[in-house]
Ligand binder design. Structure first.
Ligand code: GLU
Length: 341
């Protein structure tokens, strides 16, 4: 049980330059404990509707926290790579906002939670647009906005920017891309619905390729946590210091993540965990503690809503342990580590 803020003294405290070794070791212990506590939970099943995803090891479980000062704390299989899947959607939305501005982007995609499945073949009846950029229809509309000619240039631009946020070069898993392309008829149906509604242009195959390739990009927990920490750090990569994302748009992206990031669990997530976050069918979840932390968890067994079972458990525990909920009285913007004092 944590003590009230400031009620105890500690040998150390956080500072502008980061977490001191003593606090770091406390934080590491907590992550290790969360890993141990949930590593044997074997509820849920690995996604198989994209056949290549079915090859994931159901035992995998990795956790990574990255601070905005560039410190990294890891547990378990944090180095194992997996495809980013739907977790590419907030980043693609960010790029669309940067390239086209809010007004034009929002002509192609809304920002309302849908209450429908992520892959529903449906538009918002009132606006004629996809509900939001976190469902497939919205993400394909966004992919259409950021694609380039030739199509590989748009994919490369996306992967390069994500690599800058992660702090290392990233790449596409060609087997997953082939598997998605071969079996993605539902997404093809969505794309043609978008074409019919005038939301995307006639280069339907290019838009789909951009979307499938984005989803097939490989990351590990550290990459994702760093990408999230770059968001938390107003767009600047914590280690390299490089400006990666235009900070003016990050608030829009995080707002949509907050309300729509966890499939049909988004409301519960906002209630209980209270962080802008995104999950994907590969079993990853990443969350942003604004101005403080990036969090990533990977474990491929999914619950009925399509979210990682161990990922949800780990994030809930991290959030409650450190008071990370955006509206928690203890979240004062830059000093979550006070709970260890
Ligand atoms: N590529 C996947 C699809 O479009 C992404 C799904 C997800 O992670 O939600 O079906």
């Amino acid at each position: 049980m944590q003590s009230a803020p400031g009620s105890e003294s500690s040998p150390n405290s956080t500072s502008a330059t980061g977490i001191t070794p003593w606090l770091g070791s406390q934080l590491q212990k907590i992550i290790d404990n969360i890993y141990e506590k949930y590593k044997d939970v074997d509820d849920g099943t690995v996604a198989t509707y994209i056949p290549e995803l079915g090859k994931a090891n159901p035992k995998d479980f990795g956790i990574c926290l990255a601070t905005v000062e560039g410190q990294v704390f890891t547990a378990g299989d944090w180095e194992n790579e997996f495809t980013i899947q739907s977790m590419c959607k907030p980043f693609a939305f960010q790029l669309a906002l940067e390239q086209h501005g809010t007004e034009k982007t929002l002509k192609h995609v809304g920002v309302e939670p849908s209450g429908e499945a992520f892959n529903s073949i449906e538009l918002d009846q009132r606006s004629g647009r996809p509900f939001n950029p976190m469902v497939n229809a919205g993400a394909i509309a966004v992919a259409s906005l950021i694609k380039q000619s030739p199509v590989d240039a748009g994919v490369e631009a996306f992967v390069a920017r994500m690599g800058k946020a992660a702090g290392r070069e990233l790449r596409i898993d060609q087997s997953v891309l082939a598997s998605e392309t071969a079996t993605g008829n539902r997404n093809r149906a969505i794309a043609y619905l978008l074409l019919n509604a005038g939301i995307i242009d006639e280069e339907v195959q290019q838009s789909l390729h951009q979307y499938f390739a984005q989803c097939s990009m490989l990351v590990n927990c550290k990459d994702l946590a760093m990408m999230a920490a770059t968001m938390a750090n107003i767009g600047n990569q914590p280690v390299t210091g490089e400006p990666v994302f235009d900070f003016q748009n990050l608030k829009y992206v995080m707002a949509v993540m907050f309300s729509c990031g966890l499939y049909d669990y988004a409301g519960n997530w906002a209630f209980e965990v209270g962080l802008p976050a995104k999950s994907g069918v590969s079993g990853g979840i990443f969350g942003v503690v604004n101005r403080q932390l990036g969090i990533a968890v990977y474990s491929p067994r999914l619950d009925a809503q399509g979210n990682s079972v161990r990922g949800i458990l780990a994030c809930k525990e991290l959030a409650s342990h450190f008071g990370l909920h955006a509206f928690d009285f203890s979240n004062v913007g830059s000093s979550f580590m006070q709970w260890l004092l």
